[in-house]
Design a protein around this ligand. Structure first.
Ligand SMILES: [Ca+2]
Ligand SMILES: [Ca+2]
Ligand SMILES: [Ca+2]
Ligand SMILES: [Ca+2]
Length: 229
């Protein structure tokens, strides 16, 4: 997984270099479309408008990334991070893509990368779709459009990211593959228990209640889980 992500990101950088050279060249067969990812993974991508660093954090940040985090039943976190970008170098929008294991529910966060750039980093905000932060499992790729940041009363604890118009993950995901996207499917995992009474709506095997960031330990109660500092 990580190896393939790195390969894709290396290719993306090569493509950028080629574009800057004023000549668009074939990028090693990379198209960004289905078939370019490892089997069992989906792409979660979009563009994010990055405010100036002072507004963002009140502190200097030299790198940012989006990361899809799967909160496991054992209390651990499996991370699927995007490439790192420098907020100071982003004039308008930064593109991101995370290669995410498609059988897992995840939350998508903006973060300062961990030391390895591969794990859960320092939390800056969570993606929210109509107040729901859990992105359901599914094979469909997600294009979140232009993602914007809204700062809450407590930053970063209440900072949320929202996708562009028409980019709701629920309208793009058919978790059980029955032809109905999750937003119009009353039983997202086809287990016979309707979504409204299902503890694990998309059926990734982990109760949804423990998969949201609110389930993580927050000893000082500042709204940022201890594991995401
Ligand atoms: Ca469905
Ligand atoms: Ca269904
Ligand atoms: Ca169900
Ligand atoms: Ca779940």
């Amino acid at each position: 997984m990580t190896t393939m992500t790195s390969r894709r990101e290396r290719i993306a950088r090569v493509c950028v270099g080629a574009a800057i050279g004023a000549t668009l060249v074939a990028c090693d067969g990379f198209t960004g479309k289905e078939g370019d990812r490892p089997e069992g993974f989906r792409l979660v991508e979009g563009r994010i408008v990055v405010p100036d660093d002072a507004t963002l954090l009140g502190r200097q940040v030299t790198g940012l990334q989006l990361a899809a985090l799967h909160l496991r039943a054992d209390g651990g976190i499996t991370a699927f991070p995007s490439a790192v970008f420098d907020p100071a170098a982003v004039r308008a929008e930064a593109s991101f893509v995370a290669t995410v294991q498609n059988d897992l529910d995840v939350v998508l966060v903006l973060q300062v990368p961990s030391a390895t750039q591969r794990g859960a980093g320092s939390f800056l905000g969570v993606f929210s779709d109509a107040s729901e932060t859990l992105i359901a499992r599914g094979e469909d790729d997600l294009d979140l459009g232009t993602v914007t940041i809204s700062f809450g009363a407590r930053t970063p604890a209440d900072t949320t990211l929202a996708g562009g118009p028409g980019s709701s993950p629920a309208t793009q995901t058919d978790s059980d593959g029955d032809g109905l996207k999750n937003d119009v499917d009353d039983d997202d995992d086809d287990d016979g228990t309707p979504d409204v009474a299902d503890d694990d709506v998309a059926g990734d095997g982990v109760d949804d209640a423990v998969q949201r960031l609110s389930a993580l330990t927050d000893d000082d109660a500042d709204g940022v889980p201890d594991a995401l500092r």
